[in-house]
Design a protein around this ligand. Sequence first.
Ligand SMILES: Nc1ncnc2c1ncn2[C@@H]1O[C@H](COP(=O)(O)OP(=O)(O)OP(=O)(O)O)[C@@H](O)[C@H]1O
Ligand SMILES: [Mg+2]
Length: 231
Amino acid sequence: MLEVRQLQTFYGPSHVLQGVDLEVKDGQIAAVLGRNGVGKTTTVRSIMGLVPPRSGEVWIGGRNFAGEQPHVIARGGVAYVPEGRMIFADLTVIENIKVAERRPAKDWPLDRLLELFPSLANRRMHKGSQLSGGEQQMLAVARALVTDPALMLFDEPSQGLAPLVVRELAGVIQRLRDEGVSVLLVEQNLKLAEVVADEVYVMVKGRMVYQAPIARFKAEEEDVKARYLAL
Ligand SMILES: Nc1ncnc2c1ncn2[C@@H]1O[C@H](COP(=O)(O)OP(=O)(O)OP(=O)(O)O)[C@@H](O)[C@H]1O
Ligand SMILES: [Mg+2]
């Protein structure tokens, strides 16, 4: 579904992504773990075209999208759930979803989204600012889904959410996979990643330093945490 090869991204003189390689297989969930500031957000923003990578390849469905504009990449079937949710505070739940719908959704029309997210259905006329953190996160997911993506990029969706809400979010992400949506999940918090991921990557200083299927990651977890994720 997604294959990133040797991606290099700079902010001015600062060389942030130093050759990122990663893959999300069709219908699978890949998680990228890493401490503060290692380049997780820059990775998803580079894939989405929001920060132009200087070099490297971003293969999606047989086409290299590296260097393309975000709307071209979105049309290629990629949706992005940004860090901090970025919900429109003054728009209602329905309006937030509608503004993201570029053409009538086939896979995930509004009624199906409200069925998937009952808490949003109950608050459909509430403004973004009136929602809880968990509801805002679900709205951010709904807004991405209404574009009928084949691949969803999640940037730290569990941030600031209570454990119960994180569990609900895990259920939603698993449901997406069951429906055939591939997922790249970037997280600092292991809990969500551990529950949903098929493949685990660990990032340090702009590179992937570890990759394993979830079963092997679980066996090696303490060691991996101590080596790469400890504060
Ligand atoms: N717009 C920017 N301009 C300059 N430097 C930036 C910019 N955004 C991020 N950086 C720097 O790039 C590096 C990687 O940042 P990035 O946001 O990708 O990390 P992250 O892994 O997502 O961190 P976090 O866990 O805090 O979200 C950091 O050193 C950060 O300070
Ligand atoms: Mg980040």
